[in-house]
Design a protein around this ligand. Structure first.
Ligand code: HEC
Length: 168
């Protein structure tokens, strides 16, 4: 049984070596076929890029989260903000506490310690939550806990952002 098994691939090898001339043209056709497919794909891709560039700019990755309010997510975010203690330092009524109020924050121009301003967009809010020490708001101490990025899931963080956006 075992001998028969080892013989089969051996004879297959011999057949393959004996007729390289018939294999060669077949290979060429095959390569041509692949080349044609690659060309078609490349053409299609470049058309897509070309078409994708024509509408007004603004990559879908950055504009989508900004565009539509999500009341359900905002509600979940409020629950998170209560349960993890955001609202011990941040108010929603426009008065500053240990930290700046969340009211009217989204879209506002924020003055930073060390100079400069930054617009409070999605990216700024996320960064303020996961790495609060990197952009400290002028007039406030750098006392916000720095471990929310590890303690909270990505979903919880985006819900918090929706919550803050709902207060703008
Ligand atoms: C111990 C108090 C404290 C807690 C708790 C806290 N923060 Fe803060 N937070 C601050 C302070 C102080 C600042 C301003 C200094 C800075 O930018 O780091 C701040 C800044 C911010 C900013 C930027 C505000 C602005 O006006 O530009 C955001 C957004 C923010 N916090 C969100 C949160 C969220 C969401 C939570 C809960 C997950 C949270 N914070 C928990 C104290 C706190």
């Amino acid at each position: 049984m075992e001998v028969g098994g080892t013989l089969t691939p051996g004879s297959g090898d011999r057949r393959f070596e004996s007729c390289p001339s018939t294999v060669q043209p077949a290979m060429t056709k095959w390569t041509e076929g692949v080349l044609a497919v690659v060309i078609v794909l490349a053409f299609g891709l470049s058309m897509q890029l070309f078409v994708g560039d024509t509408p007004p700019t603004g990559g879908p990755t950055t504009t989508v989260p900004d565009s539509e309010p999500d009341p359900a997510a905002a509600e979940r975010g409020e629950t998170v903000a209560n349960s993890v203690g955001c609202l011990l330092c941040h108010t929603v009524d426009g008065t500053d506490g240990t930290g700046p109020t969340f009211k009217g924050l989204f879209g506002a121009s924020r003055p930073l310690e060390g100079g400069g301003f930054v617009t409070a967009d999605d990216a700024y809010l996320v960064n303020s939550i996961v790495d609060p020490g990197s952009q400290v708001v002028e007039g406030f101490a750098n006392v916000m806990p720095a471990d929310f990025g590890e303690a909270l899931s990505d979903d919880q963080i985006s819900d918090l952002v929706e919550f803050i956006k709902s207060l703008s």
